[in-house]
Design a protein around this ligand. Structure first.
Ligand code: MLT
Length: 322
């Protein structure tokens, strides 16, 4: 009745598996043909970001009432096809924002002080203090591209370090209270790129953000800037980023998300110094994952009981589309 196609665990999932008919197939995301067959008779599908819930997959489901996304981004779900089929789509937009913001700040500090490289060097027997002379965050300008919940939480933390905030987001009112409270200056993208010492990206993946960070945009960044991406890998052209690093246009880059996940082992980024690469772990804290699975299980249980979902994207209850 419930199908989980990725490695999603936690107390709420354990309880769901004890109490309801749950098929836990954490590798199924990698087998789309098998997934189509497995969807027969399934009422609730629980996914993270690896399962590509395409129109084709949705068409193969004969009884699906809810697609519950354990996480924020809905780019792996054809929400239009789901809505047309009357299927409720939920996500957990609030649950992991804080963890993502904390990682973004952690990556900024790690870049500014070259913490990973200093660690490797010391383990290898080095004691090179001057080599690892870094820079302070205080007094620097943070450019936040995508100034929604995560961008604002990141900026709030950056303010504590004494950073100045500039932000770009076509959907944010420059007079919004939180913009004023953060004393953030809303700028056009080109102005932000030319002013920011650190650029942190928090945009969703859409047709207009796909590969938005390309040769042209990296070329517009202030020389010596640092680029941090904890949003979606596809928003940055990694080959262009490697070129910008090689030309020393950028002083460093940190990617928690990649154009292809898992990434190719031969990526040119692997051999560049002051590039930090992490495996899409921004949302992976005990606290965020507890909130994520609690929210997912709450909404799945509600739908199966005929009650409305809370964190719905399209509609709170399944629609009859006959
Ligand atoms: C999200 O969209 O919530 C995060 O990127 C984490 C994830 O995809 O699981």
């Amino acid at each position: 009745m419930i199908l989980i196609t990725e490695n999603i665990t936690g107390t709420a999932i354990t309880q769901l598996r004890e109490q309801l008919d749950v098929r836990f197939e954490p590798e199924l995301w990698a087998q789309p043909d098998q997934l189509k067959t497995s969807l027969k008779g399934i009422k609730a599908l629980i996914v993270r970001n690896q399962t590509q819930v395409t129109a084709d997959i949705i068409a193969a489901a004969d009884d699906l009432q809810i697609i519950a996304r354990a996480g924020a981004g809905l780019d792996n779900i054809d929400t239009q096809a789901a809505s047309a089929a009357g299927i409720v789509v939920t996500s957990t937009p609030q649950a992991n924002s804080l963890s993502v913001a904390e990682l973004a700040v952690g990556l900024m500090l790690s870049l500014a002080r070259q913490i990973p490289a200093a660690d490797w060097d010391t383990r290898a027997g080095g004691w090179n203090r001057q080599v690892f002379t870094g820079s302070e965050l205080s007094g620097k300008t943070l450019g936040v591209v995508g100034f929604g919940r995560i961008g604002a939480l990141t900026a709030t933390r950056a303010k504590v370090f004494g950073m100045n905030i500039v932000a770009h987001d076509d959907y944010v009112d420059p007079d919004a209270d939180y913009v004023k409270e953060l004393d953030a200056k809303m700028l056009g993208l080109d102005d932000l790129l030319s002013q920011a010492d650190f650029i942190t990206c928090h945009v969703p993946l859409t047709d207009s953000t796909r590969e938005m960070f390309n040769d042209e945009l990296f070329g517009k960044m202030k020389p010596g800037a640092f680029f941090i991406n904890t949003s979606r890998g596809e928003v940055a052209d990694e080959a262009a980023l490697a070129r910008a690093m090689q030309k020393e246009q950028l002083a460093g880059a940190a990617l928690d998300v990649r154009q292809v996940e898992p990434p190719d082992a031969s990526s040119p980024l692997n051999s560049l110094s002051n590039v930090i690469l992490t495996p899409h772990i921004a949302a992976f804290t005990n606290e965020a994952q507890t909130r994520v699975v609690d929210a997912v299980c709450r909404d799945v249980r509600a739908i199966l009981k005929g009650e409305p979902a809370t964190d719905f994207f399209n509609f709170p209850k399944p629609q009859s589309c006959s």
